[in-house]
Design a protein around this ligand. Sequence first.
Ligand code: NAP
Ligand code: ZN
Ligand code: ZN
Length: 350
Amino acid sequence: MFSCTGFAAEAASAPLARFSFERRDTGPTDVRIEILFCGVCHSDLHTARNEWHFTVYPCVPGHEIVGRVVEVGSAVTKFKVGDRVGVGCMVDSCRECASCAEGLEQYCENGNTGTYNSPDKDTGHTFGGYSSHIVVEQDFVLRIPENLDLAAAAPLLCAGITTYSPLRHWGAGPGKRVGVAGLGGLGHMGVKLAHAMGAHVTVITTSQSKVADARALGADEVILSTSPDDMAAHANSLDLIIDAISADHPVDAYARLVKRDGAIVLVGAPENPLSIAAFTLLAKRRSFAGSGIGGIAETQEMLDFCAEHNVLSDIEIIPIQKINDAYERMLKSDVKYRFVIDMASLGTAA
Ligand code: NAP
Ligand code: ZN
Ligand code: ZN
């Protein structure tokens, strides 16, 4: 075992603070990574504050990790010291079930191992990327293409793949009208990716102040969800909505924007159940679906797609000492559009 420093929440109501812990030594198929940047996902906040009711403390969040390989195990073939790499929301899975066999490790039938807050045989539970180093099995490490800025690539590891995967699964592309609800970290990636795939993109936002940004990010149209007239004017107009909203919201009203045979796909994970009327679905044969992150091969495909299409996150870099302030600002939608922690700040005073 070796010592790491990071930031952790010790309880749901406690602010994150400096925390020392141990990680396993680099095993034969492991890669040890010095973390350079880590994105701040709303899931980190949900977990740190136990909004999903299964957090194990102390909790070191962070699953949008980029860094450099500093050590490889004796049997590692995929990476070498110095490589630019990333780690997303998973660090392992059973690798034997039908989902794993299909490259859908996120849906592992025996439960994937989350980058944080999952059982771990060496450390009790996993600790995430708000930390100096991480040790990960090589099959769960991603390669960051050389032309992608490392800090702005960090959010691709969760926000990027979580929107890319359903866009691909539901066939976003030329001739498809795609809505993105909630212009936050996930939403802004959804807009950029759907636009790069050639879809017609409509942002559905509560924030009048984001209308110009939405267009600059690649939206062709913007709907203000706070305006019943605007919502009614766009009824039955979209093939697919990626719903990336982090809080309780009237999903039924959003679903009515979907055309016959279209789908509204939840990627946002609000604390409480959402409500949808039977007739909203059956009267137009609409689907109400969900989607979780993406598999490892698809995550690499997404990174390569971003490299080819020059897609990166719009970020605000913060020192780790600002993480609690960043959580409050994220709750107020006061971020354009993803905070990324510069992990060099861990070396400075708390
Ligand atoms: P975020 O940056 O905080 O963005 C959330 C956006 O939701 C806000 O910018 C806001 O957009 C909108 N919103 C917030 N409160 C709202 C309300 N009461 N009514 C309507 N809209 C509201 O969060 P994020 O990091 O993108 O994450 C979004 C959600 O996805 C979180 O719940 C997160 O846990 C979840 N998530 C799921 C997966 C997965 O695998 N499915 C992966 C990662 C994250 P506007 O200002 O445009 O209205
Ligand atoms: Zn996330
Ligand atoms: Zn499995």
